[in-house]
Design a binder for this molecule. Structure first.
Ligand code: SF4
Length: 326
């Protein structure tokens, strides 16, 4: 069977999506809105998810200039982020990406001002908001609906950290919500016409091929817009690092990761856009796996593996019977 391609890749990359919609490369500017999350502030837990560093999985967000009120100045962060990539990035537009912590968790008026300020910026063609599915109360959903109506020409995405569907792993990582909460959140966002991007971690302790593939098949049933597939990173200062030091589990080798990643892509719906294939762990905190810092090498090896096996996104995908469309 001939290998299907999206541009030069055997999967539907975000880059391909951007070029097909906007005709140019689009930069994603990671920004910090100064939020926290309910598994860090004591509402559900105070230790955070077991893999998450104190920076809330967003150490790459631009360093934090502050407003006169002492809150993170997202417009100034955007300027800095655009300046930082100016010499290697030749497009003129970006997606503003509220990355660390839960960016729908906090004072609604404060969050609304940030969303509006970013979407009003002519350089910003869209806003992507990372959060937890249990952080979408009605007042936030109403704000999202308002944004859709007020900025119809701009993209508005919500990213949900699912990571896994398996109860033992859910407990281990201290996710603190059931899959039904994720399902409800996806349906509410779809009702508003807001595309959803799901985060999934590969290599969680106790999970192998079978568990990963069933998480992928579960995600397929929601017909989501995008997925971020991320290698489990062991970061300094986390409880995951303590378990790793105690030899409670082993991290994946590069070969194992590439094989699992290729298998996951083969089972994923060909309509889901791939927003990430590796990980964005901060190098200064990374304990393992150290091979993961060479992202270019991982992608080259993935492409070679998929080429040699004839793999492509959706090759082993079968449409689920309980299919939900937007
Ligand atoms: S991964 Fe997200 S939800 Fe979990 S502790 Fe980190 S910021 Fe909070």
């Amino acid at each position: 069977m001939e290998q299907r391609r999206w541009g030069d890749k055997p999967y539907y990359s975000l880059d391909h999506y951007f070029k097909s919609i906007y005709g140019e490369k689009i930069y994603k500017a990671a920004l910090h809105a100064g939020c926290t999350c309910p598994v860090r502030d004591g509402t559900l837990d105070d230790k955070g998810c077991i893999f998450c560093s104190a920076g809330g999985s967003g150490e790459f967000a631009a360093a934090l200039p502050l407003t006169a009120e002492g809150r993170p100045d997202v417009e100034a962060q955007l300027d800095m982020a655009m300046r930082r990539v100016a010499d290697k990035f030749h497009g003129s537009h970006c997606i503003a990406y509220l990355q660390p912590y839960s960016n729908t968790y906090g004072d609604t008026a404060y969050l609304r001002n940030i969303y509006i300020s970013l979407l009003s910026d002519p350089r910003v063609i869209g806003l992507s908001i990372a959060t937890r599915p249990d952080c979408l109360p009605q007042d936030i959903l109403s704000v999202l609906q308002e944004l859709k109506e007020r900025f119809p020409e701009k993209s508005l995405w919500v990213e949900l950290g699912l990571q896994t569907i398996h109860p033992a792993s859910v407990r281990y990582i201290r996710r603190h919500y059931d899959n039904s909460v994720f399902e409800e959140a996806v349906h509410k966002l779809k009702d508003l016409g807001i595309p959803v991007i799901v985060h999934c971690i590969i290599g969680l302790p106790g999970e192998g091929r079978e568990q990963l593939y069933s998480t992928i098949e579960y995600i397929n049933t929601f017909n989501v817009f995008g997925i971020k597939l991320q290698l489990l990173h062991v970061l300094e200062g986390t409880d995951l690092a303590a378990d790793y030091d105690a030899r409670a589990f082993e991290v994946l080798t590069a070969d194992e990761y590439i094989s699992l990643l290729s298998g996951a892509l083969e089972r994923l719906s060909p309509d889901i856009v791939i927003h990430r294939l590796t990980g964005d762990g901060p190098r200064n905190l990374l304990i393992a796996p150290l091979w993961s810092t060479d992202k270019k090498n991982i992608l080259n090896r993935l492409h070679a593996h998929m080429e040699s096996t004839g793999a492509y996104q959706g090759r082993r995908y079968t449409a689920p019977s309980g299919f939900t469309t937007i």
